[in-house]
Structure formats: structure tokens, C-alpha cells
Write a protein that binds this ligand. Structure first.
Ligand SMILES: Cc1cc2nc3c(=O)[nH]c(=O)nc-3n(C[C@H](O)[C@H](O)[C@H](O)COP(=O)(O)OP(=O)(O)OC[C@H]3O[C@@H](n4cnc5c(N)ncnc54)[C@H](O)[C@@H]3O)c2cc1C
Length: 415
């Protein structure tokens, strides 16, 4: 069966769903189909993350991440409130555990202020009032942080899309692409979609989809797994609200943090280890083809040259439980090995350049008939509604709906 559509969105995570929503809210007359290869929405990154609505503290001023996180976080909080998705403004602490980390803490405070985030420096005595079991020499208090459940946000978006008239297809992988004079034909097991515009929000597979659709992405995805532990029920009171370490400025990861979830559980993590498959949630998930490709890729050599020390530390901490416990004890000295157990993981779709640099900012590329999201790591869940509006504006321009593009950009800026 073959069907003509205005827009085909590949990927039913937060970004694909948010993009379809922004398109249909602005132009209900468009035909929009979302293709998701799994049986449910948010099956990968969007359903396996820390559930933190970030404040915009960490990101280089002026970057897409910085611009989209601050306002995107507020928009996400409002969305949750309006759609009965649990959400709570918890605030968080970033804690320096030694005096050598104080310059890093101060640099972070400065960066946060440059991004419009309200941060407050706390002495040890001050933060001990809030978190008596947390050790450290000083902390930043960041009020504009909230907790939610992004898997539920995905379900709310899918429900809204049904009402807006989107065609939603789960268990529908985009398998291959052909081009006609004015359309991209997407071949799926059940049907052939002839789309005027293609939106690629395929997360861990986004570089492959971009290449298959005829683009030449300048970055490739390397999967980095983030593993979590959970604190046993009797010891959950050791931390009241999210507590983060001072991050390593060389890496686009935030460090192992302790995060009380809205369901009462308390998660510790994620670390960042190379995954051996795009959906490599465990060490034993190995995709020999991906590994062989990676070993031939000069990007891996560049990455190894730059980050081998970090890599050895992270892999050791993943495989040797006492090392993981030791790191958590730097923040919460009272915690013991028996107080925690391993508890699942998520896999980050992290873009890497050809010479092996980890790409920090979001990357969204445009060709005449497609928009490809090539790097959307954290805080893309926080910013997903805003990123969706941005992609929708690009799509409207491609379709020649300049007015809708302008309206979406203006509404997004005013929201
Ligand atoms: C461990 C971890 C912790 C994180 N913590 C946070 C956090 O606290 N706060 C925050 O803001 N961000 C966080 N993030 C980042 C956030 O989860 C992601 O940025 C966001 O979910 C990206 O959404 P997405 O839609 O781009 O990707 P995904 O959710 O991965 O969606 C991509 C979808 O595309 C589908 N797909 C792939 N190929 C095909 C195909 N051929 N055909 C059809 N469908 C296809 C996949 O099945 C998948 O469902 C975290 C990420 C991880 C991994």
C-alpha cells in the first residue's frame, strides 16, 4: 500500500512526538505520520533517563542547549501540569566535595547566571540544613530544577496527537528510502509513505537514517550507556532532593548523581560507558557489525586518544561495584554497598565528529526535503517541546508555509 503524506516523522521518542504536535497545532490540515519501530512510545532514550527537567545551568552561553533548556524547561513543566503528568519543582544541589573543585563550582555558577539561571552559593553549614547526609565543602543551589516522568510525557503527547489527527504507527520501522522528483518514499513493512518532507528523530539510529535517506551527516552516533543503581527503601532518606557532583568540563556528561524520583525510589547514576550496540543496555548486548564498523572508524581512534583515561575510569567503575560505591560515598559517606543495587540503564545517542570529538551542542541539519536531528543528548528531554517547535518551523519553510513558520517561531519565543 502506498500513501501520500505531507510529513513523515521517524522516531516516536519525545522529539518526534513533540515535532508532530507542533506541526499539527499550527496547521491541522497537514497530514503527519509518526513511525516508531518499537511497540510503544518513548521506548529508548525518552523512556530510560533521569527524569530531570534541567534548568540550563551547564551549557555554553549562546549554544542551542543553553537557549532551548531554560525556556524549554518551563514549557515542559506547564505541559505536565496541563496534561496530568506528575511534575514537582524540587531544586537541586551541585556539591563540591573538595576544595580543588571550588573553581569548577564557581565557573558553573557564572555560566548558570549567564544563562539566566538563579543560582545561590551555599556554605557547608547552609547546605547541611537541607541535606544533612551529604558531604562537601560548598554547594550551588539551583531552584529551577524539576522532576517528572518523561515516559508519561510521551504517552500524553501520543494521546494529544491522536486528537490532533496524526497517523501514529508503532511497530513500523522505516527500512529504506527512495527519492522521486518531489517526494521521499519511506519503505516500512506495512506500507510505503510518499512524504513531501521527512523528519528524522531516530535517536540512536539518526546518523544511519540520515545516510540512508541520502544525506551525508558530518557526525556519527556513538552509543554511551548510563547505568543506574537504586537505593534500598530503608535508606532513601539519605537524600531529599537531587544532588549532583561538580561535572568534568571536558565531558558532556553530568557525573553520577543521586536523584529521588517522583514514585519514591531514589536512583544513583548514570555513569557513561561505551555501549557495544546502539541499544546496548547491558555489557552482554553486543552488535558485532557496529563494533567492527567502530574499530575501522578514525573517530574512535581520536576519541580514545583524548579520553582513554576517562574511559578506563568509567569502565572500571561499571565493572567493579566497590569503585562505584566509593564514588557515591564521596557525596554521601554514610551509604554502604548493601544500601544499593544495580537498577537498569539508558543509552545516550552521542554524536562524535570524524576526528573523535564529542559534540556538545544539539545538531539539527536541513536538506531541501528533510530535517535530521543528529545530536540531541541531555537536556533534549527537557527542551523537547521547544526543539519540536523549532523543527516544525523548518518544515513549514520547506513546505512553503512561511506564515506558519513565522507563527511557530513567534509563539515559541513568547511561550
Ligand atoms: C541515561 C540518560 C539520562 C538522561 N537524563 C536526562 C534528563 O534527566 N533530562 C533530560 O532533559 N534529558 C536526559 N537525557 C536525554 C534525553 O533522554 C534525550 O535527549 C531524549 O530522550 C532524546 O529524545 P529523542 O526523541 O531524540 O530520542 P529517543 O527517545 O531515543 O527516540 C528515538 C526513537 O526513534 C525510534 N527509531 C529508531 N530508528 C527507527 C526507524 N528506523 N524507524 C522507526 N523508528 C525508529 C527508536 O525506537 C526511538 O523510539 C538522558 C538520556 C540518557 C540516555
Amino acid at each position: 500500500m502506498s500513501r501520500d503524506v505531507d510529513v513523515a516523522v521517524i522516531g516516536g521518542g519525545l522529539l518526534g512526538l513533540a515535532t508532530a504536535r507542533a506541526l499539527l497545532r499550527a496547521r491541522p490540515d497537514l497530514s503527519v505520520t509518526v513511525l516508531e519501530k518499537e511497540a510503544h512510545w518513548g521506548a529508548h532514550q525518552s523512556g530510560h533517563n533521569s527524569n530531570v527537567i534541567h534548568s540550563g545551568l551547564y551549557y555554553a552561553p549562546g549554544s542551542l542547549k543553553a537557549r532551548l533548556a531554560r525556556a524549554g524547561g518551563e514549557e515542559m513543566i506547564r505541559y505536565c501540569e496541563q496534561h496530568e503528568v506528575p511534575v514537582k519543582r524540587t531544586g537541586k544541589l551541585v556539591v563540591a566535595t573538595s576544595t580543588s573543585q571550588l573553581p569548577g563550582l564557581d565557573a558553573l555558577a557564572e555560566r548558570g547566571r549567564a544563562n539566566g539561571v538563579t543560582v545561590q552559593r551555599l556554605s557547608r553549614a547552609e547546605f547541611a540544613e537541607r541535606e544533612p547526609h551529604v558531604a562537601g565543602v560548598a554547594a550551588l543551589s539551583v531552584a529551577d530544577t524539576a522532576m517528572t516522568d518523561f515516559a508519561q510525557v510521551c504517552r500524553a503527547l501520543a494521546a494529544e496527537l491522536t486528537v490532533l489527527g496524526a497517523q501514529l504507527r508503532t511497530r513500523s520501522p522505516a527500512l529504506s528510502f527512495t527519492a522521486t522528483a518531489d517526494r521521499t518514499v519511506i519503505h516500512t513493512p506495512g506500507e510505503e509513505l510518499r512524504a513531501r518532507t521527512l523528519v528524522n528523530c531516530a535517536g540512536l539510529h539518526s546518523d544511519k537514517i540520515a545516510t540512508a535517506a541520502g544525506d551525508r551527516p558530518t557526525v556519527r552516533i556513538m552509543p554511551f550507556r548510563g547505568e543506574y543503581a537504586e537505593i534500598r527503601p530503608g535508606r532513601r532518606g539519605l537524600v531529599n532532593n537531587p544532588v549532583y557532583p561538580v561535572p568534568d568540563p571536558e565531558l558532556p556528561f553530568l557525573g553520577v548523581h543521586i536523584t529521588p524520583m517522583l514514585d519514591g525510589s531514589v536512583h544513583v547514576g548514570p555513569n557513561a560507558v561505551p555501549a557495544l550496540a546502539r541499544q546496548g543496555y547491558r555489557w552482554r548486548d553486543v552488535d558485532p557489525r557496529m563494533v567492527a564498523e567502530l574499530l575501522r572508524d578514525p573517530a574512535l581512534r581520536g576519541l580514545t586518544r583524548r579520553f582513554w583515561r576517562h574511559g578506563v575510569t568509567e569502565i572500571s567503575r561499571s565493572l567493579i561495584w566497590p569503585l562505584f560505591v566509593r564514588d557515591v560515598r564521596r557525596l554521601v559517606p554514610e551509604i554502604e554497598s548493601k544500601d544499593m543495587r544495580r537498577h537498569g540503564s539508558g543509552v545516550r545517542a552521542q554524536a562524535v565528529t570524524a576526528d573523535g570529538r564529542l559534540v556538545d551542542d544539539f545538531v539539527i541539519s536541513r536538506t531541501p526535503r528533510a530535517v535530521h536531528v543528529l545530536n540531541a543528548p541531555s537536556p533534549a528531554a527537557t527542551s523537547s517541546l521547544r526543539i519540536g517547535s523549532r523543527i516544525a518551523a523548518d518544515v513549514f519553510e520547506q513546505l512553503g508555509h512561511e506564515d506558519s513558520a513565522r507563527t511557530v517561531r513567534e509563539e515559541s519565543a513568547a511561550a
